[in-house]
Write a protein that binds this ligand. Sequence first.
Ligand SMILES: Cc1ncc(C[n+]2csc(CCOP(=O)(O)OP(=O)(O)O)c2C)c(N)n1
Ligand SMILES: [Mg+2]
Length: 606
Amino acid sequence: MNQTYRTEIRKGNTMYDDQPQAETKQAASAGIPVYKRMLDLFEAEGIKTLFGIPDPNFVHLFLEAETRGWTVVSSHHEAATGHMAAAAARITGKPSVCIATLGPGMANAMPAIQCAKVENDPVIFIGGQRARITERRVRRGRIQFVRQEPMIEDSVKFSSSIEYADQVDEIVREAIRVCMSGTPGPAYIEYPAHVILEEVPNTPILPPSRYRLTMQGADGDRIAEAAKIIAEAKKPVLLVGHGVHTSKSGAAVKELADLMQCPVIQTSGGTSFIEGLEDRTFPYGFSEVSIDAVVESDCCVALATELGEPSHYGRWRHWVDNEANRKWIYVQQDPTAIGVNRPIDVPLVGDVRAVVPQLSRALKELGGRKPSEELSAYIQRDAQQLVELAEEAAGKPDGSESLMHTSQFVTEATKAFPKDGIMIRDGGATVIFQWTYSQCKPKDVIWNQNYGHIGTGLPYATGAMLADRAQTGKSRPGMLLTSDSSFLFHIGELEVAVRENLPLVCVVGVDFQWGLEVGVYKRTFGQGTRETGTHWSDKVRFDKIAEGFGCYGEFVSKAADIGPAIARAYASGKVGVIHVPIDPKANSEEMPNYSEFRTWYAEGTQ
Ligand SMILES: Cc1ncc(C[n+]2csc(CCOP(=O)(O)OP(=O)(O)O)c2C)c(N)n1
Ligand SMILES: [Mg+2]
């Protein structure tokens, strides 16, 4: 940018004026620096948290954000920072922001960028960069410099750079617009050093509804068509995907479910429970009732789900029987997803937040539906199955004579899950045990499903809890139920939880191995081979490591002591870490419904 142009802008007198007249008229005579303008633009979206490790590119932004009352959090690794921001987006239903220093910081953030892309998290990654004059010179030996956009652009939905100060509005808006449109996902904004303190006119900030689609409803004729199909269906089901929870549409879906009087089937990505629907919500494939409900259904209303591999694309395994008699209604924000994984009878393209209430209104006008005869039977059977699973687990080794069985670990820990808590999952085999044995029905579950990225648990826990607190002003308890190897990835982030006084308890199932992979060896070669690369030292004590971070630590070897230890950890007022030894053999060999899990990797059967 040449000096004349810069001066023009400082005067509030842009050369290329792309603002409507009404807005420029009010333009303040004083300019505003780019870093403050960015915060204004994010605030218009209700964003109040900022994650990252600051450096010269970001100290102005950080100081200003904290001065404005934002929650500003630094982590101990940029990948963790990115995962924190992803969890923040999920728990708030808004885009989130995360920064990283130029060069190694952005490289470290790559796992989180790619993860956000596959997990559909609308995170805006802002990368520091040298001033363009340095970048474009022909030089050797520049410090902390690498070209970043080529590394990142294939892993985000939108990538750009604020080359000129007056691009700040258009680039931040486009990043948010693209992040939140269709299937949500991450964006990258490069923020080179030369623009940070440049000034732009301090024009009024546009509200989201004026620069992007918000609350977009579906076509009215199609809504009427869908409502008629639902009203006439004998055995409909609601298939509730991840997007229902990340868009905070639970209450709207509850209203629709009440009108439909039908079972609610959770996809593997959408394992949170909607308040008031807990008794009629069945995890797809992992509860017997879910399978019966799916097989018998003559209408599936799929909400904000990709209909991905774990849902068998909605067309094989449990869906095969009765396919000919089943109508599909698909609420999806991305028009290009319609008909991809399976044919759809009535596509309802729009924001689930708007489309579900539209559907409810139309169904109400038709008088709603009577409960399917099977519904109360399903509810009873599922409750009974949960009791039986807890009883069956209670018959397994409890740690008093031999090492604890993972089913005991899961049932006892989930029974102690706090009311209104946030559940975060991480790990290999122990997570598979959770799908079957979990005894709690949390309203918020955060875990990494599509990308399958272990190690995300602690960053997800801290990010979700911090953003939730920033948004609501209340601190909800969090429980991280995790396996040991996964917990070690980002264990340094315990410090963040301690620093921020988060009411977080981490319950760690310890078998000193990559248990799921031990199982793979056994299934591939049988018992007794070396299980190269899957076992690690049995000297690690997570309760002691935790104490070193200023946490409350306990070592619990008996199943009956897990619940009381969790209660003591919450009561301690500190972050809790509970080390629970579990049986490596059972953990790697006795995963329940493993055959169901294997069908997620559907090579050759697609
Ligand atoms: C980042 C990443 N690395 C590796 C894997 C492959 N993987 C999936 S589960 C697992 C073992 C996890 O071990 P642990 O956390 O101890 O859980 P356990 O199976 O022992 O319960 C591995 C290596 C992955 N999914 N993600
Ligand atoms: Mg393990």
